[in-house]
Design a binder for this molecule. Structure first.
Ligand SMILES: Cc1cc2nc3c(=O)[nH]c(=O)nc-3n(C[C@H](O)[C@H](O)[C@H](O)COP(=O)(O)O)c2cc1C
Length: 257
């Protein structure tokens, strides 16, 4: 055991060439460098443009292993992964998603002139499904319906993640951890990924793909991932909001950011 750190990486240099293992007591050096794991976490970005070239099978198996090793409440491992590498199937899921998005758009997109009458329907749905109907996914659903947003961004491999609804505590949380393990492992290998939850439109509102993949109780679609070789270089740090963190120590409270 030691501290896995990276020295600054020059363009074109492989991450592993710069990985160094420090003894546990060398904490001073840690102050000025990120660990290998931090580097992958901080630099991962969603990749929405892929090369056509398929990812070797062994790499997909390795990233699935990273998912499988995720912690879960009571070690219940409430997940099922499905790997799809047939372009026709990926296209089929996309088409069903777009069809459903069009229905949603027709029902609730009240933003066009003359369509204000749809507002009560939209308000009702927002109340019923506040998370799904948040303005960001709502806006994206209309983009999907209009063919302005691709579902899997041309990725050659798609991983579907189904949760076992019988999971202990919160299977969504467990699956989220497994998903992040998988995504980080992929990025550590130079692959690109994007979480793709919009495929829910194909799995939750129609039966076609559930039937195709033989998904029955206790499994329920949770999310999916596009995986492939990035065609551009979106990796890099991206600004995040700073949230106030309350810190209690020595009988005092501090707020840090
Ligand atoms: C649970 C989840 C679902 C997501 N679903 C989609 C999606 O369906 N389509 C998409 O293009 N991006 C999707 N994203 C990617 C987010 O938009 C992205 O993570 C966020 O904008 C932050 O950017 P970054 O990943 O580059 O740091 C999803 C992300 C998460 C965590």
């Amino acid at each position: 055991m030691g501290i896995h750190i990276l020295e600054p990486i020059k363009k074109g240099q492989k991450v592993m060439e710069k990985a160094k293992i420090l003894p546990m007591d060398d904490l001073e050096q840690l102050k000025s460098s990120f660990t290998v794991t931090e580097e992958v976490i901080l630099k991962r970005r969603s990749v929405r443009l892929y090369k056509k070239k398929q990812v070797p099978e062994f790499m997909i198996k390795r990233i699935l292993e990273a998912g499988r090793f995720a912690p879960s409440a009571g070690n219940c491992q409430p997940w099922k992964f499905v790997v799809v590498r047939d372009p026709e199937i990926i296209q089929g899921i996309t088409e069903t998603t777009v069809k459903t998005a069009k229905i949603f758009k027709a029902l609730i997109d009240y933003r066009q002139p003359g369509k204000r009458w749809k507002k009560p329907i939209a308000n009702f749905l927002i109340r019923m499904k506040p998370n799904d109907m948040h303005p960001t996914p709502f806006g994206a659903v209309t983009l999907l319906a209009d063919g302005k947003l691709s579902l899997y961004h041309g990725a050659p491999t798609v991983i579907l993640l189904f949760k076992d609804v019988r999971g202990i505590g919160s299977p969504d949380l467990d699956c989220g951890i497994a998903g992040q393990n998988l995504v980080l492992a992929a990025h550590s290998m130079g692959l690109g990924t994007c979480w793709v939850s919009f495929a829910k439109l194909a799995f939750e509102y129609t039966n076609k793909w559930k039937k195709y993949f033989n998904i029955t109780y206790p499994y329920k679609f949770l999310t999916s991932f596009s995986v492939g070789w990035p065609a551009n270089n979106p990796d890099g740090m991206v600004a995040r909001q700073t949230h106030a963190i309350d810190w209690y120590e020595n009988g005092q409270k501090q707020v840090i950011y």
